[in-house]
Design a protein around this ligand. Structure first.
Ligand SMILES: [Zn+2]
Length: 190
């Protein structure tokens, strides 16, 4: 499957691997270990597939939820859960994905799932330590809920990407059509 990378930060893109969070339509995208490897390759964090076991996937999902909860806590000006703080600190200080120079002279991005998780945890800590955290938003599309960094100059972006923005425009257009159809009706029916 093709993952979307619209958040402006890998840790936030990773949090977006659950669609429609908090709704009955909630959809887990990391349904099996290979999906995590695919995500890492598509994210550009590794050059080739990595080995992922079932327990690696469970650890990845645990970290992902800690990332999501901690960002939401910050957005809502709450303290993060102590368990999430411990997990993120533990992961972030481990060995991260590395570049390795090959004998051919080419360098490759490679590593293990543990290194991938360390990289993502460290990316979140870096985000929380910097200025960009002030511009993190949650997409206003009620079905989307994706976290993203608003990099627009006016800081007035509401949607994570073109897809959600266009959907909102189409819905607003339909609502206007329905409203104008209703305002024309009374003369006919009365
Ligand atoms: Zn969205």
């Amino acid at each position: 499957m093709t993952f979307r990378f619209v958040s402006g930060r890998r840790c936030l893109d990773f949090a977006g691997t659950v669609r429609h969070r908090g709704s009955p339509a909630s959809e887990e995208l990391l349904t099996h270990p290979e999906r995590l490897s695919d995500w890492a390759v598509q994210a550009g964090l590794v050059d080739t597939a990595i080995d992922v076991t079932d327990s690696d996937l469970a650890a990845a999902i645990e970290l992902r939820e800690a990332i999501y909860r901690s960002v939401m806590a910050r957005l809502e000006q709450r303290r993060p859960k102590p368990g999430d703080v411990n997990l993120l600190n533990e992961r972030a200080c481990q060995r991260q994905l590395t570049l390795r120079l090959q004998r051919t002279g080419f360098a490759r991005r490679e590593g293990t799932t543990a290194q991938l998780l360390a990289t993502l945890a460290a990316d979140l800590l870096d985000l929380l330590a910097g200025a960009d955290i002030e511009y993190v938003k949650r997409c206003v599309d009620p079905g989307c809920t994706r976290l993203f960094i608003d990099s627009s100059r006016a800081k007035n972006r509401q949607w994570c990407g073109i897809k959600c923005g266009n959907r909102a425009k189409v819905e607003a257009f339909r609502a206007r059509q329905r409203a104008s159809a209703r305002s024309e009706q009374p003369a006919i029916h009365n």
